[in-house]
Design a protein around this ligand. Sequence first.
Ligand code: SF4
Length: 145
Amino acid sequence: MTWWKEGVRFECQGSGKCCTSHGEYGFVFLTLDDRRIMAKHLGISTSVFTRKYCENKNGVFHLIEDPKNTDCMFLKDKKCSIYEARPTQCRTWPFWPEVMNAKTWKKEVMSFCPGVGKGPLIPAEKIKKTLKEQQRSEDQILAMK
Ligand code: SF4
């Protein structure tokens, strides 16, 4: 923690940009809990959800993309249609361990996410908590390999 020790201003602008494919951050990876929560929200079993909406790549589950445009299948009219049950990776954006370094933040996150620099100041303590949550989720996903 250096550049963000005073907090970071961020507020989702509902642009849907982080829900469309953007290079290496294009896949929405899922923990088992993510799949369970999303399935429950949709009123289907976890196994049906997994068969219908997920792909297993090298032992890791991710959401399949809309074949028409590679957007997330749950993005409807630029809004997440399962917002309350969205997976960890979506909830924790943009506070991911791999982007919270000054270079990546400036070059990659600021360049496409319109929520950066808007809204309330997110305090460093909250960012730390979110980073930990995302790291836990990434660890769980890697452990499934
Ligand atoms: S699950 Fe929702 S928040 Fe996550 S990428 Fe899809 S549409 Fe966006």
